[in-house]
Every structure is written in C-alpha cells, then in structure tokens.
Design a protein around this ligand. Sequence first.
Ligand SMILES: NC(=O)c1ccc[n+]([C@@H]2O[C@H](COP(=O)([O-])OP(=O)(O)OC[C@H]3O[C@@H](n4cnc5c(N)ncnc54)[C@H](O)[C@@H]3O)[C@@H](O)[C@H]2O)c1
Length: 339
Amino acid sequence: MTSLSGARIVVTGGAGFIGSHLVDELVNRRRAKRVTIVDSLVNGRRANLAQWGSDPRVRLVQADIRSDAGRRPLEDADVVFHLACLGVRHSLHDPVENHEVNATATLALVERARLAGVRRFVHVSSSEVFGTAQRVPMDEHHPTTPETVYGASKLAGEAYVRAAYRTHGFGTIVVRPFNTYGPRSHFEGDSGEVLPRTIIRNLCGLPALVYGDGEQTRDFMHVGDTARGLATIAECDQAVGRTINFGSGREISIRVLAETVARLVGRPDLAPVHLEPRPGDVRRLLVDGRLVRRLTGFTTAMPFEAGVADLVRWFRGGLATPQQMLARIDDRNWMPSPV
Ligand SMILES: NC(=O)c1ccc[n+]([C@@H]2O[C@H](COP(=O)([O-])OP(=O)(O)OC[C@H]3O[C@@H](n4cnc5c(N)ncnc54)[C@H](O)[C@@H]3O)[C@@H](O)[C@H]2O)c1
C-alpha cells in the first residue's frame, strides 16, 4: 500500500462534482500534505471548494488542461488524479472540443506527469467507454463499443494512460466509475444529470421527464463512496497498471428512479412524462465489482434510497429555490444552447 498521507496531490477537475468530494476525502481523511486543483471552472464551481476557505493545504489553479499553465502544477506532485473532462451531452453538440479535452489533453497530461517523476497517476474514465451492456454484470473484459464521442474520447484517454504504463512502466491506474450522484451534482445546462433534474422538477410540483420508455438502467453510486473508493484504489499497489470498473452493483431503471424521487419528495402522484429517446442513450449498465473488491476490499456504504434522500435534503437546503434551479435546466440538454 502507498499511503496518500503527507502526499502532494494534483486533482484535475477538482472544482467539479466528483473532484471536489475527492479533495475533501484526500485532505480530511487521507491527510494529504497539499492538494492542488487544476480546473478551468467551465463546469466546476468555487462554491464546491468554499469549505476550504484560505486553508493552505488546498489551492485552486484556474487553468485549462490544454494549456501549459494547466499542466505545470504536475511538476510538483507525488500523485495525480485526472478528472477534468467535458461530458456526454457536450459531445453531442461539440464533438471535436470534447475529444481535445478528454483525449488529447489526457495524453499531454500523462506524458507531463511521467517526465516530471510523478509516482502515481489515477485516470478517471467512465463506463460510457462500453456503450450499452452486451452482457451483465459488466467486468473489465466487456467489449468497449462506445455510442458517443464522449465514450470514444474517454476510451482514447484511457488507452493513452495504459500505454504510459506498458511502454514506460509509469505508475498509472485507470478507474471506470459508472453513474455517480450526490450533493453538488449538476442539474444545469449540458452537465445536468437525470437525478438532480428529476428532484428539482418534483420539488417544483412538475413530473419527471423520461426520455424513451424509462426501462434504460444505470448503476448509481453515491459520491461519498466514489471519493472514498478513488482514494482507496490510488493507495493500492496491486492496482497499478490495471483498468478497474467501479460501481455499486445495483441496477436501477430510470422508471424506478423517477418513482423513488417522487416518493421521497412527497409527490408520489406525479407520474413521469415520456419524451422521445435521447440520441446515444445507452440501454443498460451494471458493474461487476469483483476486481475492485478483490484488490482493495472496497464496498459501497450508501444504499440508493438513502443516498437519494440525502440529495433531496441537499437540494431542499438550498443554494437557490427549486424554481430558480428549474430556470437553468434545459429539457433537451444535448442540443447546442440558444445564443
Ligand atoms: N458523474 C458521473 O456520474 C461520472 C460517471 C463516470 C465517470 N465520471 C468521470 O468523473 C470525472 C468527473 O466528473 P464530474 O461528474 O465530477 O464532472 P464535472 O463536470 O463536475 O467535473 C469535471 C471538471 O473538469 C473541469 N474541466 C472541464 N474541462 C476542463 C479543461 N479543459 N481544463 C480544466 N478543467 C476542465 C470542469 O470545470 C469541471 O469542474 C470525469 O472524468 C468523468 O468522465 C463521472
């Protein structure tokens, strides 16, 4: 085991949803010496890091990972967690930029980290590299046939990271989270995810919007588990050189998700409204979590219903009113925004 305690860590995308929880985990529980966040703030928020105030252990470098300023902080790191990326719906309206950030910039980052002598490079990929499940549960040998440029660009990124291990013995780990949810998750614009959007609609007294028949499934993990799992995997020497699927092992359909939210919000009467299917929407995802369990002993702590209740509380506790948040939701958020 390689402890993160006392380490100098860089988290790209650390002002984002998962990245900011990872920063909390690294400083609070793993006792990192210093965490430098590299984030352009295109989708991340300073507010996600507000709990750190002027704490010298946490530093934000606002920079693009496509630029030298965004890569320079790696010169001074023991461990890098690479999360910065543009999302799946962004890839539907701007595929070339999606590839530049998710694939090309990943290659440049892993090369910079290797040459700088970074000890460990944890690349956060995505289950979207698989496309829809051809068999379930999905282990690491499941075919990778992405359905979107996002999935394809994440697959290219992880291939570059694996190549750095295979060619040079660089200490890389590729982790493929399935779906993560929890406080600070996105509801707005093309980052908006189904669970926050559904909660906000129900809090406004509106029904869930379901694209297609609602029988498409996802494997949801609470972000507290995701952050703890990423740190645990990073500390595991046996994980180096590997590609690891990372999910909860519980398959939830969008129909069940909508019913769960409506019940927890106290509006079980709100029946979902069905719209046309979203392009590139994968049909089924469910992890086979045996590898991560065998390597690290990691298991999830938060059951789905309790996690959704936690998220409902968070949205109720409010940065903004549900109506203010609703105004920032695009119903068809994979289309280019109107200018
Ligand atoms: N949320 C999920 O369910 C999920 C599932 C699987 C994998 N992942 C992976 O986890 C990682 C984090 O996802 P998230 O949900 O927290 O998304 P997020 O959008 O909240 O975080 C990504 C961060 O990267 C930053 N960023 C984007 N482009 C950048 C650039 N060019 N330079 C610097 N910073 C840039 C954004 O500002 C944002 O803060 C991503 O790599 C994603 O592929 C997420």
